[in-house]
Ligand binder design. Structure first.
Ligand code: ZN
Length: 295
């Protein structure tokens, strides 16, 4: 089971988050049938969104949108503090040869452009306020670096962001996925900042630790070494979409009588596809007649 934790370190002067997202990323890339490079890009973005959402309040949600010029065409990942995430890319089959270092060319497939982080409050309980939207130019397209740049520039929080997706050639294709975010606070002592910078520079890839059996808490212990930490909150991390047959019906109803009449005449029904999860909803003639009668 995937886990998401957030906690505090160094006498509560450093905020830390860690996630194991292997199964969640596997489910999302399987639903969208992505290429390997897209799987790495989408998996990193989903894990980053889950980590950033882990400290939000109930009923909040956080969305990362990566709007780049590369072949992937754009990435959207949405996460809630209860550990549920969903996401998609514009071009799931886009792919590139490995980068010079032998790793997936995530930076190349994302390209240059803008990274957006959108925070919304009370969306599900009808208290929909204006969202807070922050944005920065994409610096590397590798996602982790871009989120670190966003946090430093837009939210003034110096952060280290480590995200990883390790794939294999047989199903399930995602061998390991996860991430760590370490955030300095205004009262973080200088010697702690120096120690953490050194540890982050020398840390093994998160996927190596996860492949070796590390839990989310182990990721933090391994990274922080002698620096103490405590877990404040822990959740299961999982894929979850908010679409439903009921929502598909209300979306069709919103199209209006003329449009529904033409669907009945031309298609004898309606088929809707959820972009977030790939689920298909079908409405037959009887259901469309019923919607029409209710308008
Ligand atoms: Zn859906």
């Amino acid at each position: 089971m995937d886990r998401l934790i957030h906690g505090l370190a160094a006498d509560d002067t450093v905020r830390v988050m860690a996630a194991i997202s292997t199964n969640t990323v596997e489910e999302v890339v399987r639903r969208h049938r992505t290429s390997p490079t897209v799987a790495a890009a989408l998996g990193r973005t989903l894990t980053g969104a889950a980590l950033l959402a882990s400290t939000l309040k109930d009923f909040d949600r956080l969305t990362i949108k990566v709007d780049g010029t590369g072949p992937i065409g754009g990435i959207t990942a949405e996460a809630r503090p209860d550990g549920s995430v969903r996401g998609y890319v514009k071009e799931p089959l886009a792919d590139l040869p490995p980068a010079a270092n032998g790793k997936f060319d995530v930076g190349g497939i994302v390209g240059s452009g803008t990274l957006y982080v959108i925070r919304e409050s009370g969306f599900d309980i009808g208290l929909h306020k204006d969202p807070y939207i922050g944005s920065v130019p994409i610096v590397s397209g590798e996602i982790g670096d871009d989120l670190a740049y966003y946090l430093a520039r837009s939210e003034q929080i110096p952060s280290a962001v480590m995200l990883g997706v390790l794939l294999k050639n047989t199903e399930p294709f995602v061998a390991a996925a996860g991430g760590i975010i370490v955030q300095m606070m205004p009262n973080t002592p200088d010697h702690i900042i120096t120690m953490i910078e050194d540890m982050v520079t020398h840390a093994p890839p998160v996927t190596e630790m996860i492949s070796g059996g590390a839990t989310a808490d182990d990721l933090l212990s391994n990274l922080l070494g002698v620096i103490d930490h405590r877990v404040v909150d822990e959740h299961e991390l999982r894929f979850e979409c908010t679409c439903s047959q009921e929502k598909a019906v209300s979306m069709v109803a919103a199209l209006g009588a003329d449009e529904i009449a033409s669907m009945l005449e031309n298609d004898k029904g309606a088929t809707m596809n959820c972009g977030f999860c790939g689920e298909t909803y079908t409405l037959d003639e009887g259901e469309l007649d019923g919607i029409l009668a209710g308008i």
